[in-house]
Design a protein around this ligand. Sequence first.
Ligand code: ADP
Ligand code: MG
Length: 312
Amino acid sequence: MGGALQTLFPAMGTVNSILIYDPARKNAAEEIRFFVRSLDRKLSVFRPDSEISRFNALDGGEWMTVGEDSFAIFRESIRCSRLTGGAFDVTAGPLSALWREAIRSRRLPEETAVRKAGQLVNYRDLGLKEEQRQVCLQKKEQSVDFGGIAKGYAADRAVRILREAGVKNALINFGGTVGVLGEPKMVGIQDPFRPTGEPFGVLTLQDSFAVTSGSYERGFARGGVRWHHIIDPRTGMPSDSGLRSVTLVGTRAAELDALSTAVFILGAEAALPLLQSRALEAVFITETGQVLVTPGLQSDFRLICQKGRSAL
Ligand code: ADP
Ligand code: MG
């Protein structure tokens, strides 16, 4: 890592890291920081004045013109919602807001509230007008949530900025969305059963991304159940597919981000046809600690042996 320059900055609810190995090109990191922070300001549902919050507050059937990045994310989100049959559903806003509050207060939501929110979730109600860059939801109470795709979109753009700046070698990490530019680099995958920062395995990546979704990041345990932030739109409840985390590897981070959320919800077996159709590789970790690696990734993945972890 000699000579590499690291830039750290908070945005999108996480700490983001950019590591540039050609230090002469360090201005690219500043450009990325500026881009990601302004994207975060536009997309955050936590800022009442953000473009997305204003969109979510509109009446049903009201169209709004949005900026180019927002529109690109809308478009990609709808595509991924279709691709996953609504496992990733960009209109999951009412459900994710309900469960965000439940996780914050550690109080489970009422069944009727879950049912009501669930009935509002339907990506088919999201309209797009390409020429005008306009978007619209059918019902007032509906809302979009880009929490499952924004980091991926930001990572795609960051790598593009690096390339355009002439950077040959870099590593970015936007809260579990990791991108490698140039020579092969090893990246750790968080062990979902251990404290943050402890990897259970190492992936070698080259000009690609690895994106992880897991139930361990946010949530709480009660009654032997983990209540977490990845919601199955079919039930309105935190997904319960037997996975603890999934890491997808591919070349387009926005799609990987949305699909990692969807694959986590669908479960390993049900997700395999989807992964094959998109030529994506995956590492699954089940609730019982079993590790499953797709064939195309086996030579690039190494399990870290740890005390207390059985051989797999
Ligand atoms: P993280 O943000 O923890 O890296 P994910 O990429 O899996 O993990 O995204 C989870 C976020 O996506 C949630 O916090 C929520 O905002 C949103 N979300 C939850 N369930 C869904 C869903 N079924 N479809 C689309 N977005 C979802
Ligand atoms: Mg995601």
